[in-house]
Ligand binder design. Sequence first.
Ligand code: PLP
Length: 378
Amino acid sequence: MFKERLLTPGPTTIPQQVLQAMEIPMLHHRSEVFKKHLLKAAEGMRWILGWDSDPIFLACSGTGAMEASLLNTCKPGDTIITVNGGAFGARWAKIADRLGLTAHEIVVEWGTPVSEEQVRAAVAQHPHARAFCIQHSETSTTVLHPVEQALSAVKSLAPQMITIVDGISACATAPVPGNPGVLDIFIAGSQKALMLPPGLSVVALSQLAWKAVEATPRRSLYFDFALERKALASGETSWTPASTLIVGLNAAIEMFRAEGLDAMYARHQKLSRMSHTALRALGCTLLASDAPCPSVTGFFPPSGIDADDLRTEVRKSYGIRLAGGQGTFTGKIVRIGHMGFVDSFDVLAGITAIGKVIERMGGSANTTAALSTILPEM
Ligand SMILES: Cc1ncc(COP(=O)(O)O)c(C=O)c1O
């Protein structure tokens, strides 16, 4: 018997407190009780984001919220600028294509962050683009883009451009990268550091973004942000919400409040540091060593060790699920998630398993030595 551990960058482990909060008789989503849950969740998300206005809640995974953000602010024929530095960055252009938008991609080498110069050059070249889209953490390459600098660059050259930040795997692991003065749309997803099952997205909009929504022809009924804002004003959502997840979100936010946002961000930094130090000591090469994100660490195993075999063996022998690479990194890297309900002992377990399997597969790793490098952090 072993304990199944999800050290994946989503879905993540759900704490008992959150599971228990969701284990209640089904609430009707037009009831007074649910209204209270919804408004409390909106207030809790405002606290996490540090924004004054309520975000809206969508019953969809993160991709739905990315698509909805473009649907509500851009019309066919518009151009947008996107940062493509990984599988999720590449998704913007795919969505744009379906929506009749032209995406000008800033292509960034996978594993590296976008630079302010690249952003400036793209905005100077396409100053009338309707939107600028970027990931905060690019989960596929485990990079944290310098979003605050990027957004300042965008706004200094084109203040009317709507900036859209996919914070799906960064929210609750790092401070929100900007306020509604520079950041117009921020997207969070449930199955990451928010410690919930998949199926709920949260989208916060600035005043400029709301003006863009009003000025954009409405093309989707399900994803009509204006309808959602109106519904939320009376404590409802337009359609049947992911109500159980919203109840769970309030329990998760209670845990965040007890820990405190700064402590939560510091914990993620520490888990990230521990993973880096130990993986390097095991002879692995970090993928995003220049700008690693605090939620997940990607690494190449020591030479001679197959990344997918390593993951499979870690799962079979120790019950720990790690993630593989995406796109060009398929079969080449392993990603260890450390976001949400994760503590030092989880990282210790993951590193121990990775080290033992590398040793068993013939690598020269010394697991005991690698662990001793991170014990002082505990
Ligand atoms: C950065 C990022 N963006 C978007 C998504 C959305 O993907 P999905 O629609 O599968 O939740 C994910 C999920 O892994 C992500 O990590």
